[in-house]
Every structure is written in C-alpha cells, then in structure tokens.
Design a protein. Structure first.
Length: 319
C-alpha cells in the first residue's frame, strides 16, 4: 500500500460500548463516576443509567441529565435485575460490548480504551476487567483478578490489601472479574444470557464468569486498565445487610456450581470453621446485629430456588 493510499484509508471505527451504571440513593457518587467517564480517551459509548428505587428528589435530579438513557425502578430490584435491565437497553441500542460499572468508582482516563483493546486482542476473550485500587489509598490493590475455591466455597480477590508493587502487572486469565467494572462482549450475553437473578447481589459476576468459561470464553484481568473504588458504599462494609446477602449468595453459588463432594467439604468448612470464626469476629467487633442475619442467610440460601448450573439465564429476554 502506498503512503497516499494509507493516508486516505478510512479510520477504524471503535466498537460501540454500552456503559451500564446502577444507582440507589447514591447520586453524588454517580455524578462523580459519570464525570470521570466523560473525561476518558474512549468516546464511542452509550450511557445507560438504571435507578433502583431511589428517593424521588434524587430521581428528579437524574432526569435532568443529558446524553443518558435513564431506566427507573419503583423499588430496589437488586444488583442483578437492575443491571440486566441496563444490559437489555444497551444491546437494544446495538452495542457490541457492555461495561458494567459501579457508581462508586472513578475511572482513569484510559481505562475503557484499554479494556476494549484487551477484549479485542483475542476472539476467545469474552470478559475483561481492570486492576482496581482503593479510592482512599490509590497505591493499594482492591482487585487484581478473582479466584474460586469450590472445596471451601470461597472466592477471593487477588492482591487485595497489598501495595501495588508490580507483581500483578501481567494480563492473565482469571476465574472471574468483579462486576465493579466488567466489560463483556455481546456474544457472551447471546450465549449464556444475563446475570443470574437468584442472587440479589454478590457472587453474580462470579457465577456469570464461570458460566462463560464453561462455554469456552476466556476471562482476563487487564492490569494496564485502572480504576479507583469507594468500597461498599451501597451495602455498607461489614454491615448486617452485607453479611446477609454475601452469605446467602455464597450458598446459592455452591449449590449451582459445586460437585456433590465439593458441596460436602464446603458445608463442613462453613459449619466447622466459618460459623465459629465469623461469630467470634462479630463479638470482638461489637457487631452482634450481624449474627442473626449471617445465620439466617445460610438457611435462606439453602431454601432459595436455584436453576441448573448449565441453564441459560433468560433474564435478558424478559421485559
């Protein structure tokens, strides 16, 4: 190709990304998140804002925003149902990728550009997430990949609480990436559906990534894409509400994805190790209000209706 021909070639069009942000009585965080997104180097995106039953005064402020598709729910329908509504809207607008983004985050300028570059690098990659740091401690890692241990019924963030000294600077396949910031190709939703709505919040992205990997998609953490996170602004870090939903979702995840032997070993670990350890933790921290919700969540997770682990989640087809 001659230099003249190369100069006249049309520019490669960026893929259209639908950015889904969920809001629940957190408008200040949401506006800061959107502002950081607008300052980014990647411009070809559609913004879908889903409000999950916030106060009317807050919803009215959201209605004044321009350049946003706003979806309003009269009540808090949960993280999974709220995000599924946003995903449906993004796909209906022709987006080839969808970024689920927590409202309590601040996006570094090149994050979305780098995520898109990472997911497009290999056609087998279906899901990619950034390296995430604490907002109040930008040099400390909150997430550098996710691991799952079905024998104990645990999932964990790689590098959590560690100084970012370069140990996690290689792009690697991981068990899951957190839905705090998770970029997904359209093909993944077409293959497995949306987030599993048996979960109200927590373990939903872990479930989603496990299902995607079973269908042959790679799940990758892209360390050059960076994000700052104000952790647990909605649920409250270590609150009774947090421990109820986290524990309930953990049990549901085990029921869906662990083998019979893994369920037995995980149940033994939870009952013999985690229950005494967590109750001691609550007593020492003077959080006795967490004890009953934690124990109730174990029972509630066992009683919840759980679809087969291989079933395609059909939530995106529902109105």
């Amino acid at each position: 190709m001659t230099a003249r021909a190369a100069d006249s070639a049309p520019p490669v069009r960026e893929p259209l990304v639908g950015v889904v942000v969920l809001n629940w009585n957190g408008i200040d965080d949401t506006l800061a998140c959107l502002d950081s997104l607008r300052r980014g180097t990647f411009g070809n995106y559609e913004l879908v804002l889903v409000d999950n039953g916030s106060d009317e005064a807050e919803v009215e402020r959201l209605r004044q925003l321009t350049g946003v598709t706003l979806i309003e729910h009269r009540e808090n329908v949960g993280f999974t149902r709220g995000n599924n509504a946003g995903i449906r809207a993004a796909l209906a607008r022709g987006c080839s990728h969808v970024l689920l983004l927590n409202n309590d985050t601040v996006v570094e300028e090149t994050m979305l550009e780098r995520l898109v570059g990472a997911v497009e690098r290999d056609p087998r990659i279906g899901i990619v997430g950034p390296k995430i740091h604490y907002f109040d401690e930008p040099g400390v890692i909150w997430f550098a990949g996710g691991t799952v241990d079905l024998w104990r019924g645990e999932s964990a963030h790689v590098g959590m609480g560690e100084r970012d000294d370069g140990r996690y600077d290689a792009a690697e396949d991981v068990d899951y990436v957190t839905a705090c910031a998770m970029l997904v190709k359209r093909a993944v939703f077409e293959e497995i559906g949306g987030l599993e709505t048996s979960y109200f919040i927590y373990f939903d992205e872990t479930d989603f990534c496990v299902r995607a990997r079973r269908r042959g998609f790679r799940v990758v953490m892209a360390p050059d894409a960076r994000l700052l996170h104000r952790v647990s602004r909605a649920m409250g870090s270590g609150s009774a509400r947090y421990w109820f939903h986290f524990t309930r979702s953990r049990v549901i995840f085990l029921r869906r994805h662990a083998s019979r032997l893994q369920r037995l070993t995980a149940a033994a670990w939870i009952l013999l190790v985690d229950v005494p350890r967590m109750n001691l933790h609550f007593v020492r921290r003077r959080k006795l209000d967490c004890v009953a919700p934690f124990l109730r969540a174990l029972v509630d997770g066992l009683r919840a209706p759980v679809p087969d682990r291989l079933a395609r989640n059909a939530a995106l087809e529902s109105a």
